[in-house]
Design a protein around this ligand. Structure first.
Ligand SMILES: C[S@@+](CC[C@H](N)C(=O)[O-])C[C@H]1O[C@@H](n2cnc3c(N)ncnc32)[C@H](O)[C@@H]1O
Length: 259
């Protein structure tokens, strides 16, 4: 087990500096390319060594060798025993629904310095319960990061309006790797609290016990990459939305919350 957290709290100004030094704000690709560097930098600069990856599934962020080299003690969580069984060995693995009443006791109260998830929040029907549980498993001064798709970007509006069978058929036709036996299967999405607006998220995070949070919006996706014409229109609209800070049509967000 790595040492317990040394710092009573992480100032949000320091979090903003970490992401600014990594190049934020930038094209939407930035959020995919810099999720891991953001976690490494947060972890390194604030000595946050005991990690919990929520909904890690078959594809955890750090391989066991990387975790060792970085001095991280990582526990993987997922609601699905099958997904966890596909992840490499070499970590603690804890199966539970992160929003369930049992999750804090299963995962361990106050046990982690840094808890994070990528493309998981949209699949959780009760996101406030999820954040309360994350708060419970963090040590005092711990930090949580969630990277998720946001409403009302067109692909997610469509996904939330269409029956699951139809949205699955469309996605799997355009992106065959999203089939159930593919590398990146589709999971049903609810989009509870999947917004990049501070007004919508900060009250919920405070209610869940966090003292402060940084919310970073991103615009654009690759969903229209195979549709010439639509792709260019979508890119032009997203550039405009980013310049005007139209949070209601962002596509992704990072929430970095401090206990
Ligand atoms: C889209 S996958 C993302 C997997 C991985 N985080 C990644 O970025 O490749 C969503 C994952 O969240 C898990 N998941 C969904 N709801 C969950 C919940 N309530 N608690 C824990 N894990 C959950 C799914 O089983 C799945 O492995």
């Amino acid at each position: 087990m790595a040492d317990a957290l040394q710092h009573p709290s992480v100032p949000t100004a320091d979090i903003r500096k970490i992401v600014a030094d990594l190049g934020y704000p930038a094209h939407w690709n930035w959020c995919w390319e810099n999720y891991k560097p953001t976690i490494i930098e947060l972890s390194r600069s604030k000595n946050l060594r005991r990690h919990l990856e929520i909904g890690a599934g078959r594809d955890p962020l750090f391989l066991p060798g990387e975790a060792r080299d970085l001095g991280l003690d990582i526990t993987l969580n997922d609601i699905s025993a099958h997904e966890l069984s596909l992840a490499p060995e070499g970590y603690g693995k804890m199966q539970c629904d992160i929003a369930s009443a049992q999750a804090p006791d299963i995962l361990g109260r106050g046990q982690y310095d840094l808890a994070y998830c990528r493309m998981v929040m949209e699949h959780v029907p009760d996101v406030q319960a999820m954040w309360k549980n994350i708060n419970a498993v963090l040590a005092p001064g711990g930090v949580a990061l969630s990277f998720f798709p946001t409403l009302y970007a067109a692909p997610y509006v469509l996904n939330s309006l269409l029956p699951e069978k139809l949205s699955r058929l469309i996605l799997e036709t355009v992106f065959p790797e999203r089939k159930p036996d593919g590398e990146d299967p589709k999971f049903p999405a609810h989009y509870d609290h999947c917004f990049s607006s501070e007004n919508r998220l900060l009250p919920m995070l405070r209610e869940a016990g966090f003292s402060d949070a940084v919310i970073l919006p991103f615009w654009g996706t690759n969903y229209f990459s195979k549709f010439p014409g639509v792709k260019q229109l979508d890119a032009a609209f997203n550039r405009l939305a980013e310049r005007r800070d139209w949070r209601a049509v962002s596509s992704f967000a990072y929430v970095i919350a401090v206990k």
